[in-house]
Design a protein around this ligand. Sequence first.
Ligand SMILES: [Zn+2]
Length: 471
Amino acid sequence: MEQIQRLEQEIDHLRKTLQEKENELFEMKRNWMPMESNDTQPEFTTLYSRNESNVGKVQYGDKLPKWAIERYSRQILLPDIGVAGQEKLCKAKVLIVGAGGLGCPAAVYLAGAGVGEIGIIDYDKVDLTNIHRQILHAECDQNKSKAVSAAETLKSINSNIKITPYMLQLDSSNALDIISKYDVILDCTDNVPTRYLLNDACVMNKLPLISGSALKMEGQLTIYGYRSGRNQNEKELYQGGCYRCLFPNPPPAETVGSCSANGVAGPIPGVIGALQSLEAIKLIVGQTRDKLLVERFLIFDGDDVTFRTVKLRSRDPNCPMCSENPKITNLIDYEVFCKSQAKEKDLDLQILPSENRITAFQLKEELGNSSMKQRHLLIDVRNEAEFNMCRIDGAVNYPIEQFRDAKVDEVLKMIDENSKVTFICRRGNDSQIAAKIILDKGNEDHKGKIKDLIGGLHSWSEYIDHDFPVY
Ligand SMILES: [Zn+2]
């Protein structure tokens, strides 16, 4: 044990030294390589501006140094990128919000493409369950900040670019400040409050937001808040719709799925994250909006391997955020607005009254006291795949979807045959929803029998059975 601890400390120390040396190397290269000097080069935003006085001042074709031409030659060969596009990429600043399933692949391609500055935000730490899809993190990164782990891997991919990790939860107090340092924002998050926050902050900063999502076997992608005024190749002024134009009201918290609750096949965010980076590259090099996913919504179905593109409504002239006279002029409290939390791990619904809830300790005791006469029924409402993965002995499986169908009478009949009934799920949210459906349909007798396990199987694993898998 002592030897393991000593080795871990030694490795930690070596990692810190390596990081210091890498920073030193980056600063040295920055001083030596012409592309890294911002003094003589126009800012990316200047290059992107339609201000006519800037056009013609930038001499393309003679500014890329040898190393950059060699390094990025495979994409410089493309007519849509070329030397001019590569110069824009080298000066571009992209912020990736979320170093998870979407953010990792997106960051890999942006770093590879030579995007000059990449910021990556994540408040979370690397967990073993992340690694099947979050390709910047390795087993040795467990418990390390995701933002730091991502930044370290990105530096190993491209040491010529600046990578800034932000180990924080993006919120109304810091969003405008951070976002204003970048040219393009990638929404690689997985919760509704952050989607609204990012949308509003991007509209306020007049920045395009490339928004991706992935769940189960399906992925989605679009660009919000596109403004042609930032692209010198666009002939007409045009402003695309924002997230609020499409979704003025947030969905009920309990209807929103998540990768940890519903699962996701690793390649799905891989596909969508890669496409987010492709749209970012196209946006930076100046592709016009007819070639970008502006007011078009891409849906990728991994089940039958189909890509569909749905046309979206144009910008809502009365949108509270992006219209000419917006009603919202400051960032708000998005967790209150969405009635859900931005940190998925803390999601803790309070649906049932306390008399219908039971702790893991109480359940353990009650199960110990149950007998043939006083039978205690456990109804596990997770889906079948989860139930097959791990379950408490004796539990029966009624996935929550069935409660919304016609299974309610069947469950009520089962409850009649038992003295006590406890609803169980992974974290104690779905079980409350299921129990509430039954309580609403049942009689007084049912109300006295029905309980819900607080904190779900996570709590069972933490307090009662440490061998029970946490997933
Ligand atoms: Zn809008």
